[in-house]
Design a binder for this molecule. Sequence first.
Ligand code: ZN
Length: 203
Amino acid sequence: MNVSPRWIICEHCDSLFESVPLAKRQKAECSRCGAVLERSRRLSVQALFALAITAALLFVFANAFPVVIISMEGLSNEATLWKSVEALAQGRITPMAAVTGLTIILAPMLQIALLCWLLGFANVGRAAPGFKACMRALEHLRPWSMLEVCLLGILVAIVKLAGMLNVSPGMGLWALGMLCVLLILISGKGIRRLWDDLEGQIR
Ligand SMILES: [Zn+2]
């Protein structure tokens, strides 16, 4: 049987290589620039699907519970992600509210929904309806999803405010932290393997 070789392009220097099967814990490096081209698959599709569902639950927690709780002299206030967007909308920098809403709520929500959709079908060995469009949308969404930037901002705010007020991280913040890690793990190179896994089924 004539099997055509699978090619792999280095994202950093555009060199072209023939992909070789990797054993556990092995990785392929670019011989020209040293960048990592490919790692052996540590997670199965089932595991990725389970992580995507976990990410969806964490997203609900991150939005339903306060990320920061501020209290001073008996008065207490809580801020959720949505409340922070609302607060920006009422201030003088209204356009920032739209950008914040897009980058910390809408983009991650779409990302998680697409991941669950694609992996749900891949889990039963099928390509999801609209597979190509969904995979492309995921790539386009990645730069717009800025949960890790949001997390860093909240942590800086907590440290800065801690000297003046009684600030404590809420349950939403823990969920947000775990969600950031999961999204990095599943999206990106983790999901690109579906192109290979479902080859022949993609229409
Ligand atoms: Zn390279």
